[in-house]
Design a protein around this ligand. Structure first.
Ligand code: ATR
Length: 277
């Protein structure tokens, strides 16, 4: 092992699809940092052992993707605020014999919306569909931007209610009206930004959302990337602006890169490069 070189990885299952090695390699090249970043497939029941092995091999940090974000939270000895609130971790830092857990997903989403897509969230009415880890991971970052309203909806509405209860105090702090509405009862032509944080796009299942929820002045954002989902197709059919989650992926990676290297990489060239591929 080269003593000066730093070692990183992304751990998931499956992991072969991950673009993170390419993204971090591009950041490292631009920043002239000597590092390696590999994709590591962890057996489903061996996440802890996989991380500990990398620590003994002197890795500096890892990203964590599905399905291990909750386990990474449990494994971390200290947590950033974002990770504590989301109870999920996508970035681990191994420092001073500690395992520090961060969650950069929310920052990634907000930066993609505001800086890349030029959609400011302040005073906007936002709809977030989904109540799993992906949804929960981004709520605090959205509240921080002080939209006028954040409405949660999900197939299993009890899960949205639970998140609303958990996030109520933060919403009050930021003066955001945090609601829950059943998916079949969503108002038409009302929301400015509609975000799909469900995993339906993975299996191409129908969300059961009335397409009149979309309209020409809203942005429909799917956290998935790599294919045009039925959510995006429906939004387009109503004349909405749309985006997939590729920008979010690159922005969350940039924040992880910053945590590890204290360097903010350029994200636009990497997003453009991946779009071409
Ligand atoms: P993730 O970490 O990707 O968020 P998750 O925690 O399993 O994964 O959450 C998946 C989300 O997608 C949930 O909001 C789930 O809805 P339920 O809470 O009702 O399960 C949603 N989802 C998955 N398949 C769905 C489907 N066929 N129709 C509607 N929502 C679906």
């Amino acid at each position: 092992m080269n003593e000066l070189k730093k070692y990183f990885a992304v751990i998931g299952n499956p992991i072969h699809h991950s673009l993170s090695p390419q993204i971090h390699a591009a950041f490292a090249k631009e920043s002239e940092i000597d590092m390696s970043y590999e994709a590591v497939l962890s057996p489903l029941d061996q996440f802890q052992d996989t991380v500990k092995k990398l620590i003994t091999q002197k890795f500096t940090g890892v990203n964590v993707t599905l399905p291990f974000k909750k386990e990474a939270y449990a494994l971390a000895s200290t947590h950033s605020n974002q990770a504590k609130i989301a109870e999920a971790v996508n970035t681990l830092e191994f420092k001073d014999n500690q395992i520090i857990g961060h969650n950069t997903d929310g920052i990634g989403l907000v930066r993609d919306l505001e800086q890349n897509l030029h959609v400011k969230l302040a005073n906007q009415k936002i709809l977030l569909i989904g109540a799993g880890g992906a949804a929960e991971g981004v709520i605090y970052s959205m509240l921080e931007k002080e939209p006028s309203e954040l409405t949660l909806t999900n197939r299993t509405i009890e899960k949205s209610n639970a998140i609303q209860n958990k996030m109520h105090a933060y919403a009050k702090n930021f003066n955001v009206n945090l609601n829950v509405i059943e998916i079949q009862k969503l108002p038409h032509h009302y929301f400015d930004v509609i975000i799909n944080a469900t995993s339906t796009s993975l299996i191409d299942a129908d969300l059961g959302i009335d397409n009149k929820v979309f309209h020409a002045k809203c942005l429909a954002y799917d956290m998935m990337y790599g294919k045009e989902t039925s959510f995006i197709k429906e939004a387009k059919s109503q004349g909405s602006k749309t985006s997939d989650g590729l920008g979010m992926l690159v922005e969350q990676a940039a924040e992880a890169f910053f945590i590890w290297h204290q360097v903010k990489p350029q994200t636009k060239p990497v997003i453009n490069l991946l779009r071409k591929v």
